[in-house]
Write a protein that binds this ligand. Structure first.
Ligand SMILES: Cc1ncc(COP(=O)(O)O)c(C=O)c1O
Length: 391
């Protein structure tokens, strides 16, 4: 199997597994038990892990809330800000290309009578396709806006947003700024406080950590962030998220982020070379192939992302004919949804082109041979389906 679907999930690094194991077996204590050494040891390890995460994201340890993943973090950020009893503002702004883990909570707020603005993005053909136009945000924001939520990097077309500029516009109107950094963490440098982000979501399984654990960085900068918890319980995590912290998951997440950030410059260069080679080879094999999303400029697009629409066969059909290749068409979590990707239609692609799309997400284990084999598999699959040989 050739796995090129690292935007959906990544394998857990063996060092991460090794770092987690003791906290499930010998040192299994509840990190909230302060009456004995077993608990205190776990608490210390969790504190160290949180400290390490804070360093890697340019944040503060006392601003981090451990969650079950980015879906929970996004819900906590969005619901938490808008439904706080002292929140007077009732308007939220987001973007059409966000992940459902942002769009759905925002839809939930609209159902409850909050005002919602969903901004469009730059269209296909624009080098910065998928980015939000700064003036569009300036026009939409007003003194009723409580929160602007815009993802750092897109999970389908890899667009990188100008986060700091967007946050500045939010702050000028007195609103808070949230970013879903799920696809950015471990892939591009993330400096939460330097970018003036008030709330930042992350998820370990996207950067070679375990599934079911993530975090939300809350405040820590110039602005006060009032958050109403989603879960109440034993008052853990400063009352912001009741429930025992997943200590092995947290320790694994910190280790995974450390490995990714230490390796980031070299890994980015390697993946960019491989991704560019994949694009070149796909272009040779499928003349007329279309690139979906921004140009391959590393300032505009994740270096490990490629999204293309080759020829006249639906992405799902081509993938089914190449069962040894793990890629996707649209987002993994919506692969049961028969509609074309909302991201691709939001950048102006026709339904037909969106349905023909293939998304590749390269990862740290990807090799040049795998790129070669992946292209070969797609060529063979296309040939079987159409009876035509590709170039
Ligand atoms: C941009 C983005 N946000 C949120 C999520 C949801 O993350 P989790 O699986 O941790 O809930 C994903 C996962 O696909 C994602 O890509």
């Amino acid at each position: 199997m050739i796995y090129l679907d690292h935007h959906a999930s990544t394998p857990v690094d063996p060092h991460v597994v090794a770092a987690m194991l003791p906290w499930m077996t010998t040192d299994f204590g509840n990190p909230h038990s302060h009456t004995h050494a077993v608990g205190r040891r776990a608490a210390q390890a969790c504190d160290d892990a949180i400290e390490s995460i804070a360093t890697r994201i340019g944040g503060r340890p006392d601003s981090i809330v451990i969650t079950s993943g980015a879906t929970e973090s996004n819900n906590l950020a969005i619901w938490g800000v808008l439904s706080h009893p002292r929140q007077r503002r009732r308007h939220v702004i987001t973007v059409a290309t966000e992940h459902p883990a942002v769009l759905e909570p925002v839809i939930g707020l609209a159902e409850q009578g909050f005002r919602v603005t969903v901004l469009p993005v730059r269209q296909q053909g624009d080098p910065a396709c998928g980015q939000v136009d700064l003036d569009a945000l300036r026009d939409a924001i007003d003194d009723h806006t409580a929160l602007v939520s815009i993802m750092w990097a897109n999970n389908e077309i890899g667009t990188l947003q100008p986060i700091r500029e967007l946050a500045e516009i939010a702050h000028a109107a007195g609103a808070l700024f949230h970013t879903d950094a799920t696809q950015a963490l471990g892939r591009v440098p993330v400096d939460c406080l330097a970018a003036e982000v008030d709330l930042l979501s992350g998820s370990a399984h996207k950067f070679y950590g375990p599934k079911g654990v993530g975090f939300l960085h809350v405040g820590g900068g110039a602005r006060r962030v009032r958050l109403r918890p989603l879960f109440r319980g034993g008052g853990q995590q400063r009352g912001l998220r009741g429930g025992t912290v997943n200590s092995p998951g947290l320790i694994g997440m910190a280790t995974a982020l450390q490995i990714c950030t230490d390796d980031l410059p070299a890994m980015s260069e390697r993946l960019r070379t491989l991704r560019d080679e994949l694009w070149r080879r796909m272009g040779e094999s499928f003349p007329g192939i279309e690139l979906n999303g921004p140009t391959l400029d590393p300032g505009l697009r994740l270096v490990d992302n490629l999204n293309v629409s080759p020829l006249d066969v639906e992405g799902e059909t081509l993938m089914a004919a190449a069962p040894e290749l793990a890629i996707s068409s649209g987002a993994a979590c919506s692969s049961v949804d028969p509609r074309p990707s909302h991201v691709l239609t939001a950048i102006g692609l026709s339904e037909s082109r969106a349905r023909r799309s293939l998304r590749f997400g390269l990862g740290r284990g990807t090799t040049a041979d795998e790129i070669d084999s992946a292209v070969g598999m797609l060529r063979a699959a296309y040939g079987r389906l159409t009876g035509q040989a590709t170039a």
